[in-house]
Design a protein around this ligand. Sequence first.
Ligand SMILES: Cc1ncc(C[n+]2csc(CCOP(=O)(O)OP(=O)(O)O)c2C)c(N)n1
Ligand SMILES: [Mg+2]
Length: 371
Amino acid sequence: MASKTKKAQFDAKKTLEMIEEQFEMFQILNEEGKVVNEAAMPELSDEQLQELMRRMVYTRILDQRSISLNRQGRLGFYAPTAGQEASQIASHYALEKEDWILPGYRDVPQIVWHGLPLYQAFLFSRGHFQGNQMPEGVNALAPQIIIGAQYIQTAGVALGLKKRGKKAVAITYTGDGGSSQGDFYEGINFAGAYQAPAIFVVQNNQFAISTPRDKQTAGKTIAQKAVAAGIPGILVDGMDPLAVYAAVKDARERAVNGEGPSLIETLCYRYGPHTMAGDDPTRYRSSEQDTEWEKKDPLVRFRTFLEAKGLWNEEKENEVIEQAKEDIKEGIKKADAAPKQKVTDLMANMYEEMPYNLKEQFEIYKEKESK
Ligand SMILES: Cc1ncc(C[n+]2csc(CCOP(=O)(O)OP(=O)(O)O)c2C)c(N)n1
Ligand SMILES: [Mg+2]
């Protein structure tokens, strides 16, 4: 008969429990807009704090307008971003122009703030090839639709930056759902093995379409998955712009100093539906859950914080709102003026050198289009 291992000598669960309890949520600004972690306060000037707020307010308006433009049939694919402004905008705010962004489909705001003109963001939404063509100097790839694929690409881009001796990072974003993909594990593991300057962000907005977070993994956190890859993992309050900024800034500094990649889980929530394609959030989440998360709103808490410092008021906010609306109007006008997409455009922009079989089809379509 096999002997039973004594519990006192061998406790398989202990290591897991010891690791999991280390992952506490990093927060600087609480739901009431009060600083609860003064020691971790990032060094941001008053102007920088105002600019961060300006970008978050602008992005909320961009989201609202994009939703209504979609409903009017004037935009195509759109994944709402409201609720994720701290996670998206404050993480981007910690980057430099030379850093590379590998976004997912919900991460259009980050590439807009990295320099992608609004009209191109709208063209991306319409499936127009010009929406995927980053202007010279805008270091970003087109938003990835294949869940998790950007994690592997980020490991490669980061390794390339390292090999070229650049003082820059590659940052990527996926969701809680994306963290279940094989590509997620391969990406963080490879970047760890080669100490590539990458920042892997998981925006844990609690749902992958209708699948709740607790169906993704038995892990207590997603951040702890970093341990297996041998890289730092950080769990951040993703509704707190200051904490997100500080965590990404720190990860960036370590990465450019040759200390390798980090995994950052931002706890957040999307207020809207998954995309505008027709899912109904009331079928998979309760209004109590919505209300609970709305109380954590990044704009509300940051506004309270800035108002107490005399750095924000209604007038400033309205200025940003008006500016955003005007820019969006201009952007849509410019997107409308883009040449209608042709089948040959799709082929011409896919390959550096077109394969022979496509060349044949290209000629057929060119002929059709000329009529
Ligand atoms: C490889 C792959 N599988 C499935 C899909 C379909 N799909 C699109 S979005 C999505 C959910 C992703 O959820 P999450 O990673 O949490 O990101 P979120 O949309 O919440 O930002 C799925 C399954 C896909 N695009 N790619
Ligand atoms: Mg999600």
